[in-house]
Design a binder for this molecule. Structure first.
Ligand code: 5GP
Ligand code: ZN
Length: 145
């Protein structure tokens, strides 16, 4: 079991899991949820999170982390097929120095372009929500095929 699995009242991703904050959901199973990032580094940028709260990779239950990885193997190929990027980074930050801003474990599935010049800490700027919604629907449909 996770050392810290209870939903946190001040955790935005626990609120997403609980349905208290809306998201463009693309996939879920018993242990994980995948949804579009609201500040995408590139179109198609999404997140995979464990449903159990854990702040970071230091405290997450191994089974929950494994479940996140399993979900990434479903979502990443669907993102690839929908947005045809030049590559995809799977990125997971631990601590402010690593660029972590939400302290509930999340794997970024970040489509890349050869010339996007994104840095590892790529900054947050609001995305086009119509585009995020449309791409989320396409990725979800691709996973369901
Ligand atoms: P971090 O900076 O911790 O690696 O990544 C946190 C990510 O969560 C950021 O890319 C940010 O855009 C995203 N994010 C923060 N709040 C929300 C939210 O309420 N909904 C969604 N969908 N994404 C969020
Ligand atoms: Zn949480």
């Amino acid at each position: 079991m996770s050392t810290d699995p209870a939903p946190k009242s001040d955790c935005i991703f626990c609120k997403v899991v609980a349905g208290e904050i809306p998201c463009f959901k693309i996939y879920e199973d018993d242990a994980t949820l995948a949804f579009m990032d609201i500040n995408p580094g590139n179109p198609g940028h999404c997140l995979v999170i464990p449903k159990n709260h854990a702040a970071d990779a230091y405290s997450i239950d191994a089974e929950d982390f494994a479940a996140v990885a399993r979900t990434c193997t479903k979502v990443a190929p669907a993102v690839r097929d929908v947005v045809s990027p030049d590559g995809i980074n799977l990125v997971q930050a631990n601590g402010e120095g690593a660029g972590q801003s939400v302290f509930h474990v999340h794997m970024h599935i970040l489509p890349r372009r050869n010339d996007d010049n994104l840095l590892m800490n790529w900054g947050h700027k609001p995305g086009d929500m119509d585009e995020a919604k449309a791409l989320g629907e396409k990725i979800a449909a691709r996973i369901a095929e």
